[in-house]
Design a protein around this ligand. Structure first.
Ligand code: ADP
Ligand code: MG
Length: 703
């Protein structure tokens, strides 16, 4: 019964000068189940090539190999791995141990790859070590600390652990002195009593002393077969087994790789953390900024003040253009859209008559650019009383007492170098009004609206300081009373009727500038502020509502939106960069460890498991980075929020949605983990995919 048969094995290499070099020429050999067979020959005679073909690290150009009567060259990867793991054990001249792992782990590795439990494999490895009286204090030493003879013996035990049928040894004594060579040969001789050992050596003496059969190779041909001892064949059938892949050893190797490359991995972790924290903060900013700006924009005493007008498109005959005209709606028309306006007081717009920029004099000094704006009343609920930051609101509505916004307060303080609260200011408005009549003798009646007041600043209110201008707020209700009481002297005389300014405002033409082309809207209750946006956006055409404060909010919101978009773009680049860094690092790890991968392949590991070692290493990096980022991002957000609040007065502009995101609890942290996982997966997979396939023969060739 022959366990291994080689039939007409040829191996030729194409040389650069396109001549063929025949290394093995129609070699046919049969090997029994046990015995020590030596392949002998000069250097370059093809011994290693023959052994590599038997261990399937190399393919013959032609010919067949039968292992237990099966043609192994027809096997797929899976069966080849199984063959390398269970049926053969390879021993190399330069050992090819995992130098950074312990003696025990190296011996256990093929058993672990085949799916054995760690404890079981460890017991088996120890039994093997004991059987050859290996020094016990070396069991848990790293292989790099062993002597050559010790390493070779470890390599032999590793080849033995899965109880293979064939041991293939390529110059196992090549690097050893005479004493150690004898120890190793004794061991191989012992092994050959129960299984087939094929040995390559050019050491004639040793070969002659130990071999049962010597095969002499010369120029790719079998020169001579020398039988020294007769081998008594024993028939022993081996059970076929399957490899059950377990990940214990993969984890072990990943962890030890991770430790070995600790510094490099820390760099990866830090770059990932920076990237993840920026992502978390930018997403938090995107989510928090809208709400934060909205809340802050309410900090405006006249937030509820708006105007409503009608927009009319006048087509210009013969032109594609049209003229957009703004006009005051009829009060009756507004009743038809009353549904939208039910939260508002509708009043005549007095801003043409009572200009927003009157003359203001404090002491001797003229104050430019101090606005004069109405709020409905200081008493009613139309204003948010909580905005007061200094002084007080007037106890009752009157025109002599006003409040000022923070921007105005600072403006006056800088300008006058005194405390603006409770100072008196003199305010005057003069408006010239023309009333046109059909009477050719007296076509125009001119009246003057003259308004002069000594005013006291009673309080300071907080304001939304983005694009904010200095403003004092007066009571519209008081102004309405004032306008009702003051009359147009000349027009009244002409008409023989007392006509007040208020009446005049109501009855003026909708196209007349006095109408301000609109009605004034005052939100009845300041706590309805959040509905303004909906009303403005939904008011049916041709009506339009204009609110300066809302426009300001929107402008800032758009600005922030653009900024977020910009940041997101940078984020993408950062993510890409981080992925690239990880990819490059994992690629260089993989390249650096090519030899280890080759050894694992020789021990029967499949490609997938080797890939997993690198994936797992990257997942450690990703796991540590994402966990750390999730934990420390809130600290950064707190810091950023505090700084932003101090500079811009926006509160909670970054809001990290850990608890609920898109309505799903804990979705956000999960997404961070998943996206990190994805980055790690790609960073492992893409470089490995593009790197050259590992050829164990080349990586492990004995130079
Ligand atoms: P041995 O182990 O007997 O010293 P090898 O089996 O390693 O010899 O090599 C046999 C011959 O094959 C040598 O002459 C070597 O130069 C040649 N050889 C090995 N690999 C290649 C290759 N990839 N391309 C060309 N020639 C090769
Ligand atoms: Mg060789």
């Amino acid at each position: 019964m022959y366990i291994l048969r080689l039939s007409s094995i040829r191996k030729k290499y194409k040389l650069e000068n396109s001549k063929d070099k025949v290394v093995l020429n129609k070699i046919s050999l049969m090997f029994p189940e046990r015995g020590l067979f030596s392949i002998n020959g000069k250097s370059g005679s093809g011994k290693s090539t023959l052994l590599n073909i038997i261990s399937m690290l190399d393919e013959p150009t032609s010919g067949t190999i039968y292992y237990r009567n099966k043609n192994v060259l027809k096997w797929k990867d899976k069966e080849r791995n199984l063959y390398r793991n269970k049926d053969i054990g390879i021993v190399f001249q330069s050992y090819h141990l995992l130098e950074n792992e312990t003696v025990i782990f190296n011996i256990m590795l093929p058993a672990l790859i085949s799916g054995k439990k760690l404890k079981e494999a460890e017991i088996e490895a120890k039994n093997l070590l004991k059987s050859i009286n290996f020094k016990e204090n070396l069991y848990y030493q790293k292989c790099k600390d062993l002597s050559g003879g010790e390493k070779e013996r470890v390599a032999i035990l590793r080849a033995l652990i899965n109880d293979p049928s064939i041991i293939l040894a390529d110059e196992p004594t090549g690097a050893l002195d005479t004493k150690n060579s004898k120890i190793v040969m004794d061991l191989l001789k012992e092994i050959s009593k129960t299984r087939l050992v094929i040995l390559v050596s050019h050491n004639q003496e040793l070969v002659r002393e130990y071999s049962d059969t010597i095969i002499h190779l010369k120029d790719g041909l079998i020169d001579n077969i020398e039988e020294i001892n007769e081998i008594v064949d024993v028939n022993e059938n081996k059970n076929e087994t399957k490899i059950v892949y377990k990940n214990g050893w993969i984890k072990h190797l990943s962890i030890s790789n991770f430790k070995r490359r600790l510094k490099r991995n820390i760099v990866s972790i830090i770059s990932l953390i920076i990237c993840l924290i920026s992502s978390i903060l930018i997403i938090g900013f995107d989510l928090g900024s809208g709400e934060s700006i909205k809340k802050r924009s309410y900090h405006q005493l006249d937030y509820g003040v708006a105007s409503i007008y009608k927009e009319i498109n006048n087509n210009i005959p013969g032109s594609k253009m049209s003229l957009v005209q703004m006009i005051r709606p009829k009060i009756d028309e507004l009743y038809t859209i009353n549904n939208y306006l039910k939260d508002y007081y509708i009043e005549p717009n007095i801003s043409t008559l009572v200009t927003n920029y009157p003359n203001v004099i404090i002491g001797e000094e003229r104050i430019d650019n101090l606005g004069y704006y109405p709020v409905y009343s200081f008493i009613e609920e139309s204003i948010d009383k909580s905005l007061l930051i200094k002084g007080q609101f007037p106890k009752e509505d009157n025109l002599n007492e006003v409040v000022i916004n923070k921007t105005g307060y600072k403006y006056l303080k800088n300008k006058l170098n005194i405390e603006p609260l409770n100072i008196d200011l003199y305010l005057s408005i003069k408006y010239e009004h023309h009333f046109y009549k059909d009477d050719p003798l007296n076509p125009v009646i001119t009246d003057y609206f003259i308004y002069e007041k000594n005013i006291k600043i009673m309080g300071v209110v907080d304001d939304f300081n983005f694009l904010s201008t200095p403003k004092i707020y007066y009571s519209y209700l008081s102004m309405k009373d004032y306008l009702t009481d003051s009359i147009l002297v000349n027009l009244s005389k002409e008409e023989n009727n007392t006509i007040s300014w208020y009446e005049r405002l109501l009855t003026c033409l909708d196209e007349e500038s006095l109408s301000s082309y609109s009605y004034q809207l005052f939100l009845k209750r300041s706590d309805k502020r959040n509905e303004i946006e909906t009303i403005i956006n939904n008011i049916p055409s041709p009506y339009k509502i204009e609110s300066t404060t809302y426009e300001t909010y929107k402008a800032l919101n758009d600005l922030i939106g653009a900024a977020t978009l910009g940041m997101s773009l940078f984020l993408m680049i950062a993510l890409l960069g981080t992925g690239l860094i990880l990819g490059i690092i994992s690629f260089s790890s993989f390249t650096e460890d090519k030899k280890i991968s080759a050894i694992l392949t020789c021990l029967g590991s499949n490609k997938n498991s080797i890939f997993k070692i690198y994936l797992m290493e990257n997942l450690f990096i990703g796991g540590i980075a994402s966990l750390t980022s999730i934990m420390i991002a809130p600290l950064f957000s707190l810091l950023a929020n505090t700084i932003i609040k101090n500079i811009t007065t926006f509160e909670g502009i970054i809001k990290i949605p850990y608890a609920i995101f898109l309505g799903v609890p804990l979705l956000f942290p999960l997404m961070i983990f998943l996206s990190t996982f994805l980055v790690c997966l790609l960073a492992t997979y893409i470089p490995l995919f593009f790197s050259k396939k590992i050829s164990p023969k080349e990586e492990l060739s004995e130079e």
